[in-house]
Design a protein around this ligand. Structure first.
Ligand SMILES: CC(C)(COP(=O)(O)OP(=O)(O)OC[C@H]1O[C@@H](n2cnc3c(N)ncnc32)[C@H](O)[C@@H]1OP(=O)(O)O)[C@@H](O)C(=O)NCCC(=O)NCCS
Length: 188
């Protein structure tokens, strides 16, 4: 197995265009300029904070992949300190050369430096490669992250309420009919 030399460093604002290409699927929708502005803001925040770092992996001086590292808690309710490796991503032409491993190594070093005992990440359920890669690093599935547009959820909730209202009124109809029958029975 040939070894590729991977260098991991902190991102700076000049990386925003290539990072936009790398994360084009996961950034919020918008123009290229808007997405780049989001990234510049994130990079500035990271460089001003001891709890976050945007790590960039380079191969032969070219950006090959990146990950956002955030020292936080496992969830807002479970206050176990956790290092979240957000969207480790390697450009397709650099995959299977140790770049992803170098990014997760950087995540683990960041956790160790802060005395954080848990490392977590999220992998797309449909990405077999990513799930196998994370499983081999001992990260096991903990939850399924689900999302939908607010309007879609509202429409489903409204439909559900209409059905249960219908069921409720059918129930009342049944009760009234039973009482009516009971009265007729007593009268006859
Ligand atoms: C998951 C991902 C980050 C892995 O990145 P990568 O750079 O390919 O990772 P590595 O090269 O370090 O390791 C990948 C595999 O190649 C193998 N490998 C590493 N160096 C190698 C080499 N020189 N020759 C052959 N194989 C090699 C590793 O052993 C590993 O095998 P495994 O998956 O069976 O454990 C990358 O596939 C990716 O960006 N996927 C799309 C985005 C995504 O789904 N991200 C994950 C979110 S959690």
């Amino acid at each position: 197995m040939s070894r590729t030399s991977v260098h991991v460093r902190s991102a700076d604002a000049a990386d925003a265009p290539i990072l936009r290409e790398l994360w084009s699927d996961i950034l919020r929708r918008g123009t290229a300029a808007e997405q780049e502005a989001d990234l510049v803001g994130i990079i500035d925040d990271c460089n001003a904070s001891g709890d976050r770092c945007l790590a960039v992996a380079e191969v032969d001086g070219r950006v090959a992949g990146a990950v956002l590292l955030e020292a936080t808690t496992l969830t807002p309710l479970n206050l176990e300190p956790t290092l979240i490796a957000v969207s480790p991503h390697v450009l397709p032409e650099f995959r299977r050369r140790g770049v992803g491993t170098a990014l997760m190594d950087a995540a683990t070093r960041f956790a160790e430096a802060q005395g954080i005992a848990t490392v977590a990440t999220a992998a797309t359920a449909s990405s077999r490669d990513a799930n196998r890669f994370m499983a081999r690093l001992s990260l096991t599935p903990q939850a399924t992250f689900r999302a939908a547009s607010t309007t879609a959820v509202r429409a489903k909730l409204s439909a559900r309420r209409a059905v249960s209202r219908g069921r409720g009124s059918r129930q009342i109809d049944k009760v009234l009919a039973a009482r009516r029958l009971g009265r007729e029975h007593v009268a006859s």
